[in-house]
Design a protein around this ligand. Structure first.
Ligand code: IPR
Ligand code: MG
Length: 146
C-alpha cells in the first residue's frame, strides 16, 4: 500500500436506533457537518470490537442519557454523502429498541451535536428529515415490530 492509498477515504460503519414509544420515535435535529439541521435518529460510529447491540446501547446512552431494552437489528443501508461539507460514506446498521423503563426520558447530552430530543408520531414526522431516513420513509418503511 502506498501513501496515497493510506490517505484514501474509506466507508465507515454507523449504528442508528429507532427508539420507539408506542407509535412514536425519538428524533433530534443534527448540528453536524453531515445532515446539518435535519431530524435524525440517535446513533453513531461503531467502535472496534463492538456488537451492533452494544453500539446502539452506548450511543443512545451517550446522546440521550437513556437506557434501552429489546434492542434488535432491523436492516442495513448504504449511504454515500458526496455533496456534504465533508464527503463521506457510511454503511448504516438500523436497530430498533424501546426505553428500558417508563420513567426514561431523553436529555440532550451532546448539545454541540444535537438541538434536543423529542418524540414524534410516525404519521407526523418533522421536516426536514435526515436524507437517508427521509428516503426510507418515502419508500414506505416502518420501524415497528410485527
Ligand atoms: P457520532 O459518533 O458523532 O454520534 O456520529 P454521527 O451521529 O455523526 O453518525 C455518523 C453516521 C451518520 C452521518 C450516517
Ligand atoms: Mg450521533
Amino acid at each position: 500500500m502506498n501513501d496515497q492509498d493510506a490517505a484514501a477515504p474509506v466507508p465507515r460503519v454507523s449504528v442508528v436506533v429507532f427508539l420507539l414509544k408506542g407509535r412514536s420515535v425519538l428524533l433530534g435535529r443534527r448540528s453536524s457537518s453531515v445532515g446539518n439541521s435535519t431530524f435524525a435518529l440517535p446513533g453513531g460510529h461503531l467502535e472496534f470490537g463492538e456488537s451492533f447491540e452494544e453500539c446502539a446501547i452506548r450511543e443512545v446512552k451517550e446522546e440521550t442519557g437513556m437506557e434501552i431494552a429489546k434492542t434488535e437489528f432491523i436492516k442495513v443501508t448504504n449511504n454515500v454523502f458526496l455533496d456534504e461539507t465533508k464527503p463521506c460514506h457510511y454503511v448504516t446498521i438500523l436497530m430498533r429498541a424501546e426505553p428500558a423503563g417508563a420513567d426514561e426520558e431523553p436529555k440532550n447530552m451532546e448539545p454541540n451535536k444535537c438541538d434536543g430530543w423529542e418524540w414524534y408520531e410516525w404519521g407526523n414526522l418533522p421536516k426536514p428529515l435526515f436524507g437517508p431516513l427521509d428516503k426510507m420513509v418515502n419508500e414506505g418503511f416502518k420501524p415497528f415490530p410485527p
